[in-house]
Design a protein. Structure first.
Length: 488
């Protein structure tokens, strides 16, 4: 009986994988068969992807290296359709049935590509503390669905390249809004379901994101910098008091314990990895907003964005005996002790996305190609996302093809790299919609001895749009423009 159930489950998993492969093939609107075979070459290549041209030597790739580069540079992918296809796949959920999403930025570094446009200075951590650097490259904002336990698996659902003219917070808000809309249309959320939890790291303005996404069924959880100063709720208004009601109470400086009032909620949890995890939570904590930077053009009174402030302190971390506390801000008020424990444990799952980035770069070769055009980089990025989705769908079908020095993996605990190791056997059973290549001969190329008389233009790095950050600077710029207009 168990063998029949396992066989039925394998048949269903193979059917889901085949349907996605067919849908992915339909999403490729130009150089379709070559792009599809290129994705299969990434899935079935022996070992990590080291060079783009080397993928043409994989048995699954039936075309030459010229067709490979032609597909990457001039192929087309219907990204909107591929996004809907990814949103319609089965997604992992937390123990309470809640969807957990994580957003983070990963950089495709291109420091020597002076002819590549739209590069930004990307923050990169060096070896050792205090060794961060700013290196030119293309930053990508990625959103993935998280699994509840410790794992190296995530379900990547969307990626957007940040350009020189983009405001990072606005791009992220639009990205989350579009993704949540697709998830609702796909039936992953309905009336009465718990709100979707979206987790951010300290690089995001989580309070502003909460304001921009207030009309969606989402709860936001983000990490705060340890030097932030937040505001406590305003005290009750005394009878007979005249004047404008107070918006803020006292200050709560995260780095100054003397400013911390007694927390409304405290919890203690014994963990196997971090020792005792102690939390303290303060309700209705909010930032003090001013008419500058992102709120410069806000009409009317500035909002009071209240939420739950959580301080997490653990005994130890792997490789760090004296860890610093982690400060989190949750976009809802009135969090109970059970909610606080669920939130900090959900935040720890955000680090599973780092395993996905490492897989993309070190195994699947996401940043290996020396691509000049950022649109070609977007095309290759979505090809890698489709490859990762197929690995996730093939997870129940893969055998543990471990190397002699590797430990056996428990059932259901295969890593993405081990699933990829056996994907060639799974591919033989799945649908293969790509057509056979047509006979052709190589083009003439550049005549021997000729020089390139049309050098590629060189582009500067960094933001090109200068935004006014204060009311005074905007007024000064306006007066200057008026004087220049009067001169002409």
């Amino acid at each position: 009986m168990d063998s029949l159930l396992e066989h039925a489950a394998d048949v269903e998993s193979l059917a889901v994988l085949s349907r996605f492969r067919l849908d992915f093939h339909r999403c490729l609107t130009a150089r379709r068969d070559e792009l599809f075979e290129l994705a299969d070459a990434v899935l079935c290549a022996d070992g990590p992807v080291r060079t783009l041209a080397g993928l043409s030597l994989a048995p699954e790739h039936r075309r030459g290296h010229g067709a490979l580069y032609d597909a990457v540079n001039y192929g087309e992918i219907a990204i909107g359709r591929l996004r809907r296809s990814l949103a319609g796949l089965p997604l992992p959920r937390a123990a309470d049935g809640r969807l957990m999403l994580a957003a983070d930025v990963s950089n495709w570094l291109r420091p020597g590509a002076a002819t590549s446009p739209e590069r930004l200075f990307c923050h990169v951590y060096g070896r050792g503390k205090g060794q961060a650097q700013m290196i030119p490259g293309w930053p990508y904002s990625v959103i993935a669905a998280l699994e509840p336990g410790r794992t190296s698996w995530t379900a990547v659902l969307d990626a957007v390249r940040l350009g020189p003219d983009n405001d990072g917070t606005e791009v992220t808000a639009a990205q989350v809004r579009d993704l949540v809309t697709r998830l609702i249309e796909a039936g992953h959320w309905g009336e009465g379901d718990p709100a979707i939890l979206v987790v951010f790291d300290a690089g995001y303005d989580v309070t502003r994101l909460a304001y921009l996404l207030a009309d969606l069924p989402v709860d936001l959880l983000g990490r705060l910098r340890s030097d932030r100063v937040m505001q406590l709720p305003a005290p009750p208004r005394q009878p007979g008091t005249v004047g404008r009601p107070r918006k803020h109470g006292g200050e709560l400086a995260l780095a100054d314990p003397a400013t911390w009032p007694a927390p409304q909620t405290t919890t203690s949890t014994l963990t196997a990895r971090y020792g005792m995890a102690v939390t303290a939570a303060w309700d209705r904590v909010h930032p003090r907003l001013t008419h500058r930077a992102a709120w410069l053009d806000h009409d009317g009174d500035l909002p009071v964005l209240e939420g739950t402030l959580i301080r997490l302190q653990v005994d130890h971390l792997p490789g760090d005996r004296d860890p610093k506390p982690v400060w989190l801000w949750f976009s809802r008020t009135g969090a109970l002790p059970g909610d606080v424990d669920r939130l900090w444990q959900s935040f720890l799952r955000r680090f599973d996305l780092e395993h996905t980035f490492r897989l993309f770069k070190q195994v699947l070769g996401w940043t290996i190609p020396k691509i000049r055009d950022p649109r070609a980089a977007d095309r290759w990025t979505w090809l890698i996302i489709a490859v990762h989705a197929q690995l996730r769908l093939a997870r129940p079908l893969a055998d543990d093809l471990r190397l002699p020095w590797e430990r056996p993996a428990l059932p259901g605990r295969l890593t993405p790299a081990r699933v990829r190791r056996g994907f060639r056997n799974i591919r033989a059973k799945a649908v293969q919609p790509a057509g056979a290549p047509k006979p052709s001969k190589p083009g003439p190329g550049r005549p021997p001895g000729s020089k390139n008389r049309r050098p590629a233009p060189r582009h500067d790095v960094g933001k090109t749009t200068k935004r006014q950050r204060t009311v005074q600077s905007r007024a000064k710029a306006g007066r200057l423009n008026d004087k220049l207009s009067a001169c002409f």
